[in-house]
Design a protein around this ligand. Structure first.
Ligand code: ZN
Length: 169
């Protein structure tokens, strides 16, 4: 396993559309192990393969609280179905847009379909933080970042802040 470099905005590789996984090869298994190590080291609650420059339709999520045992979920070829009409708002952040947080409005409930490492297809209704997290990670596979969901003014403010933080670093 290895900790991989997380790409930061505005790296153009974050804008790549990820390709479906046809076969969970040993390479793909290794990639997922690397993703897990990279996410936990960051630390973060989600990581898409796109974020380490590997345009495969894979993301991982672990939203367990600090005092709970870790609960790594691997989503291969994920799909989001039946987004609810009612929305919820979470303050989102992203390992690819470090130290920037902003409220993003998304469907409050979704149905997710995905494959696990064994190729088994799962389908589950998700709500709350999990629903938001899945939509955020799903966006990465389409080359979309959470800041793209902000109004122009809010996005400009966020990017200005990011610029300032970079100059201070
Ligand atoms: Zn992200």
């Amino acid at each position: 396993m290895a900790i991989r470099t997380i790409l930061h905005y505005p790296d153009p590789r974050l804008r790549q559309k990820a390709q479906p996984v046809t076969n969970v090869t040993p390479e793909i298994q290794r990639l997922i192990e690397d993703m897990a190590e990279t996410m936990y080291a960051a630390p973060g609650v989600g990581l898409a393969a796109t974020q380490i420059g590997e345009p495969h339709r894979i993301f991982i999520v672990d939203i367990a609280a600090e005092d709970e045992p870790s609960n790594l979920m691997v989503f291969i070829n994920p799909e989001i179905l039946d987004p609810s009409e009612d929305l919820s708002v979470y303050s989102e952040g992203c390992l690819s847009v470090p130290e920037i947080y902003a409220d993003v409005e998304r469907p409050a409930r979704i149905r997710a379909r995905w494959q696990d490492l064994d190729g088994t297809v799962h389908e589950e209704d998700m709500e709350g933080l999990m629903a938001t997290c899945l939509q955020h990670e799903m966006d990465h596979l389409e080359g979309i970042l959470f800041i793209d969901h902000l109004s122009r003014l809010k996005r400009q403010m966020a990017l200005k802040k990011l610029d300032k933080l970079r100059k201070a670093a």
